[in-house]
Design a protein. Structure first.
Length: 401
């Protein structure tokens, strides 16, 4: 059995799910991981993997605390008493830091109330994240909890990129600005890309494309983000698995006034029934590729819309940066779909971007270059690892005391 002393337990709590991972922040080795799903619903289940074994159990999980309790027993069955194991911290992914949180933060009662206060900015996410924090604190009161915010990396976005052109008083009163999300991933991946290139982040202009079920792009100059595609909420920007990304806001008004959809119905439509799923009924790129191969027109159109939006952002960010050193693909689609990468950067040789077909089609789990040797811009695939990044940031906060 591996030694868990010094490890960080990372929690990523969604509205009805809880993902967790026990990770050694220095080596990055994953000692255990699990996921509880359909919490508070019928047919909830939990899967726990530790010591090379995976166990799935279907059981009633009324709330997140029940899920954390069940996870704790799984750990105990594997010989790990979490409370006395010498954990460094519990690191929590918190989606929205609002204007209050710019960096990983040790959780105190004051921090809990502040996360609660800004919850209207992320009504689906922050309350769930908080429940995860409270459950961890109840079960492991002696282990410090650290909140790591998805928005933090983008806190310093230039004002012009962070500001919506609406009435400034209304914006100020309601904390309306572009916050950006997936920050932990953009920060981690851009640092890994620099490491891979054996360059200093301070010398690099990068475009990072985080393409998973949620998707976002960022433009990073010398380690500082200067623009990102998600905005006040994670709905803006690229076409995603089930989210629309950019739309004309007039469409929302039309749906309400003419299509007679309520605000809640429009919320569900744009967040859950749009994007790839809205366009072709599927949100998983593997299935969409199969559908395209079988001649499905809706799947082809969904793919084309997805690529069109992606290229629009890449072009805009190249101009914003002035010079691009590296374009990096990450997350489920970015790491795995050679066809998305190829189409996203097709025909850009004139801009110094040449993807090598053979390198691009090789499958691998490590960071790699997929551009040709003579491509002026390095095109990379770098696997993201948000859990490790959260674990490292949590450990650093605790170490700083
Ligand atoms: P993530 O949100 O980063 O976990 O990404 C999940 C998405 O990655 C899935 O919905 C799929 O669309 C996509 N994906 C995962 N594996 C593959 C693959 N082998 N080929 C294409 N897309 C994939």
């Amino acid at each position: 059995m591996s030694d868990v002393t010094g490890a960080v337990l990372v929690f990523n709590a969604g509205s009805s799910s809880l993902k967790y991972q026990l990770v050694q922040p220095d080596s990055g080795s994953v000692l255990a991981e699990g996921i509880a799903e359909r919490i508070g619903d019928e047919g909830s289940s939990i899967t726990h993997e530790q010591n090379g074994e995976s166990v799935t159990e279907t059981l009633t999980l009324d709330d997140h605390l029940a899920a954390v309790r069940r996870a704790e027993r799984f750990f105990a069955d594997n010989g790990t008493d979490l409370a006395s194991a010498g954990l460094t911290a519990v690191g929590h992914r918190v989606v929205h830091g609002g204007r209050s949180f710019h960096e990983p933060t040790l959780v105190t009662p004051k921090v809990v109330s502040e996360i609660e206060r800004i919850s209207p900015l992320a009504p689906l996410h922050n309350p769930a994240n908080l429940v995860g924090i409270l459950a961890a604190q109840e079960l492991l009161p002696d282990v410090p909890s650290v909140a790591v915010f998805d928005t933090a990396f983008f806190h310093g976005l230039p004002d012009a990129a962070a500001t919506y052109a609406i009435d400034r008083e209304v914006a100020a009163e309601h904390a309306i600005r572009r916050y950006g999300f997936h920050g932990t991933s953009h920060e981690y991946v851009s640092a890994r890309a620099a490491e891979f290139l054996e360059r200093d982040t301070a010398d690099l202009n990068q475009i990072v494309l985080h393409l998973g079920n949620g998707a976002s792009a960022s433009a990073i100059a010398g380690g500082q983000p200067i623009d990102t595609s998600m905005g006040m909420t994670p709905l803006e920007g690229l076409v995603m698995g089930t989210r629309s990304g950019d739309i004309d806001p007039g469409l929302v008004l039309h749906l309400n006034r003419v299509a007679d959809l309520s605000v809640d119905e429009i919320d569900v439509l744009l967040n859950k029934r749009s994007g790839l799923r809205g366009l072709c009924g599927e949100n998983d790129f593997r299935t969409i590729s199969e559908m395209m191969d079988a001649g499905d027109d809706a799947a082809r159109r969904a793919f084309d819309v997805y690529i069109h939006r992606l290229r629009r952002y890449i072009g805009a960010y190249a101009f914003a940066l002035g010079r691009v050193d590296a374009i990096t693909f990450t997350a489920g689609v970015g790491e795995n779909s050679a066809v998305v990468r190829a189409r996203a950067l097709e025909g850009l040789e004139g801009f110094g971007i040449t993807v090598d077909d053979e390198r691009n089609s090789l499958r691998a789990r490590h960071a790699r270059r997929i551009s040709t040797d003579d491509s002026a811009v390095d095109v990379l695939v770098v696997p993201t690892n948000e859990e490790l990044a959260i674990a490292r940031q949590a450990a650093a906060v605790v170490a700083a005391g």
